[in-house]
Design a protein around this ligand. Sequence first.
Ligand SMILES: [Zn+2]
Length: 135
Amino acid sequence: MHEWALAESVIKAAREHAAGAKLRVLSEVGVVLGELQAIDRKIFSFALAELAKGPFREIGRCRFRLIKAPAAFKCRACAKEFTLKVLKRTGREGEYIHFIPELAHAFLKCPKCKSPDFEITAGRGVSIKYIKGEQ
Ligand SMILES: [Zn+2]
């Protein structure tokens, strides 16, 4: 059910932005979802739409556009940068970690030097990319 909690924080952040920028109406909010963020897009969209219907007039007609941010990794041993796409071509690990990001380190290895020591440089979390509205 963390889709609802995330949707709530997006609504809160959008409303704070609207207040700060003195926007009377919010028309569109672009929400970036990391590829590794285990989230059900349907539930998330539904939660955003439902929460936006709340008592906040400025966000009642807002559209939420979900933008997928691909995951990216960087090997700590050889500095090779790689994505899930590269790994999906060689195996099925990508499918697993898409659903269980905590398992990334157990399933993935650097495609160049095979080291399991890498950092996740993109594709986590949820953030707001842009907010459109009218003053
Ligand atoms: Zn490496």
